[in-house]
Design a protein around this ligand. Structure first.
Ligand code: 5GP
Length: 188
């Protein structure tokens, strides 16, 4: 393989169900490489270190930034989140299609570095549905849920800066649509 892979960024407000959509995409196309981010947020009950995230202290995260090892990073609801550069660069070089599941500030930074990246904003069906999903997830305190909803409002305003907007009405349908978008994007 000597053709470079396609870099796809998927952003969505927290609780929009992007994890489910991405899991569907990986089920349909297991050759996709999902980047594992680093974060300073504490692990949730189901989180596995090195699989869901690399959980780092603020100091360790700062060292990665200083060493130029983060492709992008951003602060989100009080914690750092970032994309470790080496695996992404290696996978793209080897012709694999890479997915970054990141928030909108990071998405903007990726667009500056990789103008050819396909950027997808996953839109929740409604604000009420978003609130319902965040509450049902049962992982965040009411205070954090309110902060995430406020952040969601700002994020939705950024949707126009993405190459495409996909409605997350049903995870399977949204996953199919994104996979088709990647396929046609690679042909252009
Ligand atoms: P959560 O705490 O719900 O796992 O993630 C919070 C937000 O951080 C989500 O919008 C998620 O997409 C975003 N996020 C996860 N990893 C990264 C990353 O590497 N970089 C950036 N900029 N955002 C990320």
């Amino acid at each position: 393989m000597n053709k470079k892979g396609c870099l796809t960024v998927i952003s969505a407000p927290s609780g929009c169900g992007k994890g489910t959509v991405i899991a569907e995409m990986l089920k349909i196309n297991p050759a996709l490489k999902l980047s594992v981010s680093a974060t300073t947020r504490p692990p949730r009950e189901d989180d596995v270190d090195g699989v869901d995230y690399f959980f780092l202290s603020r100091d360790a995260f700062q060292k990665q930034i200083d060493g130029g090892l983060m492709l992008e990073y951003a602060e989100y609801v009080g914690n750092y989140y970032g994309t470790p550069a080496p695996p992404v660069e290696e996978n793209l070089k080897n012709g694999f299609d890479v997915i970054l599941e990141i928030e909108v500030v990071g998405a903007r930074k990726i667009t500056e570095k990789f103008p050819d990246a396909l950027t997808v904003f996953l839109m929740p069906p409604s604000k009420e549905e978003l609130r319902r999903r965040l509450i049902n997830r049962g992982t965040d305190s009411p205070e954090v849920i309110e902060k995430r909803l406020l952040t969601a409002d700002k994020e939705i305003q950024e949707a126009v800066n993405f190459k495409t907007i996909v409605l997350n009405d049903y995870a399977e349908r949204a996953a199919d649509e994104i996979l088709e978008l990647i396929k046609s994007y690679k042909q252009t």
